[in-house]
Ligand binder design. Structure first.
Ligand code: BYC
Ligand code: FE
Ligand code: FE
Length: 485
């Protein structure tokens, strides 16, 4: 099939719009990799529901309208396809030293190692998140939520396929070895962990899941937007299609948290409880108190900020200069796209104080992407606050300061409170339980995680969704649970 065609070939083992049928070498490599992937999926993917019928969307095209088809599918039978957004005729490289040259259809030799590293890091996060979420099916608060979890999981599986395709098509034997290693590492494993910090943390409960899809999948969005700008055209086209799926992941997170807030506020109002800080009273109602939601925001936001790397980074400068990784929506920016003379303000630690310092813009690209992330993440928090406001409760959720609870970058060596005031080790220890979920908070959340599996019913700590998936009602049977599960 020629390049640029939007039709998906569904006949073979691997649905694709990249002409796999005419590419025997890559098809063979992928078919060789496939059994290992299925083995990984059945042992490390969703636990206990592999025989259940899940109402999933599958990509059948790459046209933004109508790319999805909904149907009941057993997850191991999901059609994990290789889908690239349509080629843009005459596309040229949009930034860096090669700005204006035709986009690369093959890997530029001098940047081979750098590109491979970016693909491997991106690829590693996808199965990691599936592993982190594998126990959540058992405690789903409804069939609707269970279906959304599994939708996210199969799509993260597809994102792994997307990176493995690029590795196997463009990196020969090295690529095949990397593809094997992507199935070998394990989230949280002491000897063979996943590559980035946040992807080795546990996702033990549904509040964590919603926070993860809100914040950490949003790092996915930012990074994919930056890679979608790539001068390496197959990467750009891959990421552009992945982004259409990513939107749903963040929707699941934002609406999941919003529904928890809504339920909490309704329960408080009905009980005549006006003090949002009366945690015991809210918990007596069986809902998640607002201060605990704030602590979860503090945790997941700070873990996710670490994924942007160091504020000042030569890796990031090199990736930009070489044309491999752009800025967020580079094509919408109006500067020279080379950044040789510009500066960018970066928050730095100077003599025990946090100050803004102008540094060469090329070296500050991680910081810039992180800033774009913070703006993007703040908008949903604003919508969460609207729910609280509407209920007449005086409480505001907020993102913590970027210096809070960091393990990577400028603020890793210090402690700061959620407002960005520096704390001594003792000061931090004394207050950590008010910033981050403490053992009793986690135990309380865990106590709420009782499965609800009747069609149309929802756990008492979360409101039903306003609309269902695929225009189905809230009481649609989103998962037909198999006997054994
Ligand atoms: N943990 O120069 P620096 C997603 C390492 S999420 C551990 O600042 P750079 C998804 C760094 O590797 C999106 N190590 O690094 C979401 C480097 O090590 P080496 C994932 C870290 O390269 C939800 C050293 O520190 N995609 O898709 O500028 C569900 C120096 O640092 C960490 C990408 O990230 C960390 N957090 O920035 C499913 C895109 N941070 O090489 C999926 C590809 C830094 O010196 N990745 N280090 O040994 C990149 O663009 C960059 O590699 C990073 C790091 C932004 C990750
Ligand atoms: Fe993903
Ligand atoms: Fe995602």
């Amino acid at each position: 099939m020629p390049d640029g065609i939007t039709q998906v070939d569904y006949d073979g083992l691997i649905p694709n719009n990249v002409g796999l049928n005419e590419d025997a070498r890559v098809r063979k490599a992928l078919e060789t990799w496939h059994p290992g992937y299925i083995d990984w999926w059945t042992t490390m993917g969703p636990e206990g529901f592999q025989d259940s019928l899940v109402y999933l969307r599958t990509a059948i095209g790459v046209d933004p309208k109508g790319w999805a088809k909904f149907d009941y599918v057993r997850m191991p039978d999901y059609k994990w396809g290789i889908l690239l957004a349509p080629a843009v005729e005459g596309r040229s490289i949009g930034f860096g030293a090669h700005k204006g040259e035709p986009a690369w259809q093959e890997v530029p030799g001098e940047y081979r190692a750098m590109l491979r590293r970016l693909l491997v890091i991106q690829g590693d996060t996808e199965p990691a998140s599936v592993e982190q979420q594998r126990h959540l099916g058992a405690t789903a608060p409804s069939l609707y939520d269970m279906r959304n979890l599994f939708q996210v999981n199969v799509e993260e599986g597809r994102h792994l396929w997307a990176m493995v395709y690029l590795l196997q098509k463009y990196f020969g034997r090295e690529g095949r070895e990397e593809a094997e290693d992507l199935l070998r590492r394990r989230s949280g494993h002491v000897d063979t962990p996943r590559m980035l910090g946040a992807f080795n943390e546990a996702t033990p409960d549904w509040l964590s899941f919603f926070m993860f899809t809100y914040f950490t999948d949003r790092d996915g969005k930012m990074q994919l937007e930056a890679l979608a700008q790539s001068g390496f055209d197959p990467l750009s086209r891959t990421c552009r299609f992945m982004l259409t799926e990513e939107a749903h992941h963040m929707f699941v997170g934002e609406t999941g948290v919003a529904r928890i807030i809504e339920r909490t506020c309704t329960a408080m109002r009905e009980a005549g409880l006006h003090d949002p800080h009366d945690i015991a009273a809210a918990r007596a109602l069986g809902v998640i108190d607002l201060p605990t939601l704030q602590k979860k925001i503090n945790l997941h936001f700070s873990l996710t900020l670490d994924l942007f790397g160091n504020e000042i980074s030569t890796n990031a400068a090199n990736a930009f200069n070489s044309g491999l990784k752009g800025r967020y929506r580079e094509d919408k920016l109006t500067d020279d796209h080379q950044l040789l003379a510009q500066t960018y303000p970066v928050l730095r630690l100077r003599d025990g104080a946090i100050v803004s310092e102008d540094v060469p813009a090329l070296s500050a690209l991680n910081m810039r992407l992180r800033d774009d992330f913070v703006v993007d993440a703040a908008s949903g928090v604003g919508r969460w606050n609207k729910v609280i406001e509407k209920a007449g409760i005086s409480f505001r959720l907020a993102l913590p300061h970027v210096a809070f609870n960091r393990r990577i970058g400028e603020f890793a060596p210090i402690h700061a409170d959620t407002a960005g005031n520096l704390l001594s080790q003792a000061g931090w220890q004394a207050r950590i339980g008010s910033f981050l979920p403490a053992t009793e908070d986690n135990l309380y959340i865990t106590s709420l995680m009782q499965p609800v599996r009747a069609t149309g019913e929802y756990a008492p700590w979360i409101a039903p969704p306003k609309v269902g998936i695929d225009n189905r009602p809230g009481d649609f049977e989103y998962v037909k649970i198999a006997e054994a599960a």
